[in-house]
Design a protein around this ligand. Sequence first.
Ligand SMILES: Nc1ncnc2c1ncn2[C@@H]1O[C@H](COP(=O)(O)OP(=O)(O)O)[C@@H](O)[C@H]1O
Ligand SMILES: [Mg+2]
Length: 348
Amino acid sequence: MLVRKKGGPAEKLEKDDKIRSHDFYSPGGHIRFFLPQAGRNFEARIIKAFTPFTNSAVLLLDTSAASSYLPDRVILKLADRRFTTRFDRHWNLDTEQDFQANLSQYFQRHGTAPPGLDDDSLVNETPLWFHELRFWHRSATAHRVECEAYKRLHEAQNLGLIPKLYGLTKVQMADTEIHPSLDVIEGLLLGYVPGRPMGSFRLGVDIPYEEAEKVSQKVLEMGRRLRRYGITHNDIHTDNIILRSPDNSPVLIDWGHAGFGVADAPLEERWNSERVWDDYYGRLRVILKLESWHSFQTPWANEEVLRMARKWGKGGFKFWNERIEASLSPGWERLYEEDKSVDVNTGQ
Ligand SMILES: Nc1ncnc2c1ncn2[C@@H]1O[C@H](COP(=O)(O)OP(=O)(O)O)[C@@H](O)[C@H]1O
Ligand SMILES: [Mg+2]
């Protein structure tokens, strides 16, 4: 049993199991989304799709049609269960038909969604459609978590440490009224950060090592500032840090795995929470080190060391970093805390 509505994103589908995300969200195409602050739908042109999609479908939109509510360029991040490519999963028209038919049948029989969506032990025992429903559940949960993070991180938005949230939205797929996974795709409208994710830079080619060192210091400062809010990110990696042009200031995106364990505690507790420390102190240093962004400027990093490291390229910096680290680790840790605006013990 198929439950699809003409005019929804599924309308374009034909019997072809090679259908992929770009059939739905191709640049130049249009997308209709509901904007609560206006109480109506708007149509926007897709300027860019950030493919390959992993957990969600992220689009850059021309939103000039909604210019009294939104800037002209906005990011739409859709919790679209179909395009999760994680876990070796590839959605296609057959799995979609199977999903819709079985979910509808289940509802007719039981009047409710099946239990056990959070239960990982069921992974090998359940039919494919149930897995599809788990993916929906996963992306709906990540969407809710991300909404909460943005709602709590107002100040960080104003400081430019994370994108601005312009609103929550929905894209209507169908109106079966059987289950939200069949009817709507929920989304976030976020400020567009012009620039590039750190993960896309080739050090020494796209960005000189000296500039990478400056960026590293800015990333650590971003970490110190975010640490004060006590909200863990839990998915920090270089593709989730965009360097905003033109000054390469870092912006941390993708808050779908955030944690709020100590978010309401007093500042000193937030600042000293082990989990919060892990993210904004530990994790950031690990990625800067592993991906060679940080050249570990210590008293050892004199002209001669820098000259040799430069001569050897990326491997050279790694070599010297390892030597410096091996013999002087308390030294380089101290040098990360040059920012006197935050007390390193209390976050005040
Ligand atoms: N606000 C933004 N401004 C500019 N690019 C963005 C923004 N949000 C996301 N992107 C781009 O889309 C990609 C995927 O977004 P992300 O939020 O990390 O989604 P996912 O949860 O699927 O990883 C990012 O790596 C980045 O290239
Ligand atoms: Mg991401």
